[in-house]
Design a protein around this ligand. Structure first.
Ligand code: HEC
Length: 131
C-alpha cells in the first residue's frame, strides 16, 4: 500500500477542544490582507460560489472542509504532480496574493489545525485527483 493511502477509511480526528488550538488558523482564514485585501474566507466562506467554472469549496462547513482535507495528497492534473495538503494550503496563500510561506511554516500548521477541526468526522479518501 502506498504511504499516502494508509489513512484511508479513517476519520479525521482533530477536535482542537482547547480554544487556543484553532485560534491562529481561524485568524489567518478570516484576516483580510495583501494587495487585493483578500482573505481565505472571501473565496471559501460561503456556499455556491465559483470563479469562472471552478466551484469554490466552503471551508467553514464540515462538508466543504472535509472535501478539502480528506482527499490530499492528490494528483493535481493542472500541475502534473502529486501535491500534499500543506502544499495545497501554501497555494491558497498564493491565490490570496499573499507571500508564500515555507513548507510546514507555523501559519500552514495553524491553517491545517483549523481546517481539520472543521473537517473532523469526515473519512480519508486519498490519493485524490484534482484539477
Ligand atoms: C481569489 C480566490 C481564492 C482565495 C483568496 C483563496 N482560494 Fe483557495 N481556492 C481557490 C480556487 C479557485 C481553488 C480551486 C478550486 C478547484 O480546483 O476547483 C481553491 C482551492 C483550495 C483548496 C483545495 C480544495 C479542495 O477541495 O481540494 C484549499 C484547501 C484552499 N483553496 C485553501 C485556501 C486557503 C487556506 C486560502 C487562504 C490562505 C485560500 N484558499 C484562498 C480560490 C481562492
Amino acid at each position: 500500500m502506498i504511504q499516502s493511502a494508509k489513512s484511508n477509511g479513517k476519520p479525521i480526528n482533530v477536535p482542537a477542544t482547547h480554544p487556543e488550538e484553532a485560534k491562529m488558523g481561524e485568524y489567518i482564514f478570516y484576516r483580510r490582507s495583501g494587495p487585493q485585501d483578500f482573505s481565505c474566507s472571501i473565496c471559501h466562506g460561503q456556499d455556491g460560489k465559483r470563479i469562472r467554472l471552478q466551484d469554490l469549496g466552503n471551508l467553514t462547513t464540515q462538508e466543504g472542509a472535509g472535501t478539502a482535507m480528506k482527499t490530499w495528497p492528490s494528483c493535481r492534473v493542472s500541475q502534473g504532480a502529486v501535491w500534499t495538503m500543506p502544499r495545497r494550503l501554501i497555494d491558497g496563500m498564493r491565490q490570496a496574493r499573499w507571500p508564500e510561506p515555507n513548507y510546514q511554516a507555523d501559519s500552514i500548521i495553524a491553517l491545517e489545525t483549523c481546517l481539520q477541526k472543521t473537517a473532523t468526522g469526515t473519512v480519508m479518501e486519498t490519493p485524490g485527483i484534482k484539477r
